[in-house]
Design a protein around this ligand. Sequence first.
Ligand code: SAM
Ligand code: SF4
Ligand code: SF4
Length: 347
Amino acid sequence: MTPSELLDTRNRPLRDLRISVTDRCNFRCVYCMPREVFGRDYTFLPREELLTFEEITRLARISVAHGVEKLRLTGGEPLLRKGLEELIGMLAELRTPQGKRVDIALTTNASALAVKAESLKAAGLDRITVSLDSLDDATFRSMNDVDFPVAKVLKGIDVAHEAGLGPIKINMVVKRGHNDHDIVPMARHFRNTPYILRFIEYMDVGSSNGWELGEVVPSSEVVSRINEAFPLEAIEPNYRGETAARWRYKDTGGEVGVISSVTQSFCSTCTRTRISTEGKLFTCLFATEGHDLRALLRSGATDEELSEVMAGIWRSRTDRYSELRSSRTGGLGPAGRKKIEMSYIGG
Ligand code: SAM
Ligand code: SF4
Ligand code: SF4
């Protein structure tokens, strides 16, 4: 395979690949896998439907040859995938056309982090992002809907930090009326720690969370609420296409971020692609259909054939869902189509 700059129809290069390693989760977060939909009789994918570690690594290797520099493992809850360390070890061997290592990150609810942090680091994982929606135990337990306590997540974060999986980012999805009273307490708690807190606007992803515009707390409001308690100033993005807008506490210099997936589209710099648990390639989080790479893999396609198909998909990519949503509705509005679930494709 020859290295070449691969661009989509809007001149966006391919840089990030998010890989969902399981569609299962031990949480039932109300905005992601509501219990009414993901109940006892919900059918998750059978094992043979999942991409194997070899299949994942093969697709990742081809993506890296096409320009991917960052891999993120997600799910469902990625730490539920058996033998994940083995996959991380395989991915850690990949090299970019320039001979560089790829950055390997993982997003987790941290429920198994205290136990796994050391082995994940030893396998070659670079960084983690932890989802934590509240510091208030009652609020958190009701948002994860499995009665999981805050203290265990905080413990997992500390163990991961000790293991060297930093800088750790903490993501809080803000849902009005559920946890928005926790914005300032979260800022207060994390502002003097090595962890970077980021607030995420509740998104109209998937079809099962019953998303309503009124439940979105715009990032501008998040920033102004924090600013009242702890004055903030804006700072430059780390790189073009960074999803989080960065802010700094004027007194301590600590950093906090906001991800305005709803109120400010960042489609024009979106360099991300996603592979679902059973091997479908999605070029947008809001896509309704993916490209079945598993069928191709299992039909005996060569690396060259796979590479050509994957390059062709990226070259013809036109996605800009958030941008279109903003222009059509002057801001917001659900798409009205059946979209894929966040727990299936990963964040
Ligand atoms: N289970 C892992 C976790 O929670 O970190 C990884 C998968 S989860 C789908 C990835 C991220 O998506 C999490 O940070 C979660 O908060 C976020 N997420 C899920 N549904 C969302 C929604 N409707 N709006 C915004 N973020 C969402
Ligand atoms: Fe599970 Fe993560 Fe979705 Fe919560 S956000 S239900 S932890 S996949
Ligand atoms: Fe990227 Fe699609 Fe999100 Fe736009 S809507 S930023 S194209 S994933």
